[in-house]
Design a protein around this ligand. Structure first.
Ligand code: 7TS
Length: 433
């Protein structure tokens, strides 16, 4: 496989060649992919080329997703599941067909297992509110890990506060990898549910989730995966993983903001009380008694983000057309290339050096506050994120107040990694003279 500027990546070759998930090996046409994303061609800050390396926060959208949203609003806009009129039927068909696309993308058994939410955050809150309140009691334990995003910490804290359960945290080593022996020890008869990220947004660590799931199941614990940083980079097969819940956001996988997914095993979702009450989630309502709709509608109260759902399906189709195996190979090439080039910079420390990483590089620069790094890079059109990345406990674990974070997506190039390195050399000059 050829990556940027005709360089051949042996690592990429290996991954693409193996076609591990059955995807057809294809050439990775980076130039064409970049043409698919109109925003990548704009200039910012007085004519500077945009170098967008903040993909873990949100990804850019390909033209096919933008076009799909425009088509919906210009040709199909109507509410779903309500009318017998033409447009309502068209909108409903597109909305439900998008559910099938998501089902196939994560290899769920049935469309009933796919609930549309506002994003990972809402998906996790749905589980803590609905499954959690029904199943967690005083004395029970909820197990998470030390590198979770706040979205996979705070909802569990709220649940524990309300129920008298205890939150336990599995530690990580200095590379940012879960210490599996400690995780094993924390799985106790009290552990009702285990919730952890597929990949860390702040470090990039990819957790050994299949192993973690089977260990939790051997302990009779339910498992939720925060897949916000998994879905854009790794092929997901929820049946093979055997996770009970898998949450992700559309906007991190080239889809619109404000739309997300909760996958849940049907038996679990069936047994859960509704999350919100309102239209669409009922079969019948009287003042004496209300009966709830079947799955997945029981969890989709009110008018959903119809355009968002349809746009998400267009994004997943786009990702499938490029092939996640190919995307992963390209991103791994960028990760290794950028990691080795960043070592050139004196005083730069990479936080998060796990053997298995998504294309995320967090770093500190001796004597320079991360916000200053971000501001100076921005002057050259380079977008990275700086701060605690909504993972304050993780920052404490690594004894840093904040980091700079460059995160790469399917359209990034080695030249952009070079631009980052050149920008950081500039930062060093400004601060160290
Ligand atoms: N979990 C992880 C691992 C995340 O990275 C994020 C968002 C969320 C949950 C929440 O997703 P949301 O779509 O519901 O907001 N992470 C980031 C980030 O790293 N920078 O901005 C948002």
């Amino acid at each position: 496989m050829t990556t940027l500027a005709g360089r051949r990546s042996p690592f990429a070759e290996e991954l693409v060649g193996s076609a591990a998930n059955g995807q057809r090996p294809t050439a990775y046409d980076l130039e064409q992919i970049r043409r698919d994303f109109p925003i990548l061609h704009r200039t910012i800050r007085g004519g500077k080329k945009l170098v967008y390396l903040d993909n873990a926060a949100t990804t850019q959208k390909p033209q096919v997703v933008i076009d799909r949203l425009v088509r919906f609003y210009t040709q199909e806009n109507s509410n779903v599941h309500r009318g017998v009129h033409y447009l309502s039927e068209v909108a409903t068909a597109a909305y439900e067909s998008a559910r099938t696309t998501v089902k196939r993308f994560v290899n769920a058994r049935d469309e009933k297992e796919i609930v549309f939410t506002r994003g990972t955050t809402e998906s996790i809150n749905l589980v803590t509110s609905s499954w959690g309140r029904r199943n967690v009691r005083a004395g029970d334990e909820v197990l998470i890990t030390a590198i979770e995003h706040h979205s996979n910490i705070v909802p569990w804290q709220i649940l524990c506060d309300e129920t008298g359960a205890t939150l336990r945290v599995a530690p990580v080593n200095d590379a940012g990898e879960l210490i599996i022996e400690e995780y094993a020890k924390l799985l106790t008869p009290e552990t009702k549910i285990v919730a952890f990220g597929h990949a860390s947004n702040a470090l990039g660590t990819i957790n050994p989730i299949k192993r973690m799931i089977s260990m939790a199941h051997a302990n009779r614990s339910i498992v939720l995966i925060d897949g916000a940083q998994g879905v854009p980079h790794v092929t997901i097969d929820v049946q093979d993983l055997d996770c009970d819940f898998y949450a992700f956001s559309g906007h991190k996988v080239y889809g619109p903001t404000g739309i997300g997914v909760l996958y849940g095993k049907q038996a679990l979702l069936d047994a859960m009380p509704p999350y919100q009450g309102g239209g669409d989630m009922i079969l019948s309502v009287s003042f004496e008694k209300t009966t709830y709709n079947a799955l997945p509608y029981k969890f989709e109260a009110g008018t959903p983000d119809i355009a968002g759902v349809i746009g998400l399906a267009a994004a997943l189709d786009y990702v499938s057309s490029v092939g996640l195996t190919n995307i992963a190979a390209h991103e791994q090439d960028l990760l290794h290339y950028a990691t080795s080039r960043l070592q050139e910079i004196k005083g730069l420390r990479i936080i998060g050096t796990a053997a298995e990483k998504a294309s995320v590089i967090s770093f500190t620069l001796e004597g320079v506050h991360p916000h200053d790094i971000g501001t100076i890079l921005d002057q050259d059109g380079i977008a990275i994120r700086t701060g605690h990345h909504c993972a304050q406990p993780l920052m404490m674990r690594f004894n840093v107040p904040a980091t700079g974070r460059a995160s790469f997506a399917l359209y990034n190039t080695r030249e952009e990694a070079d631009a980052l390195v050149a920008g950081l050399h500039k930062v060093v000059e400004v601060f160290r003279g």
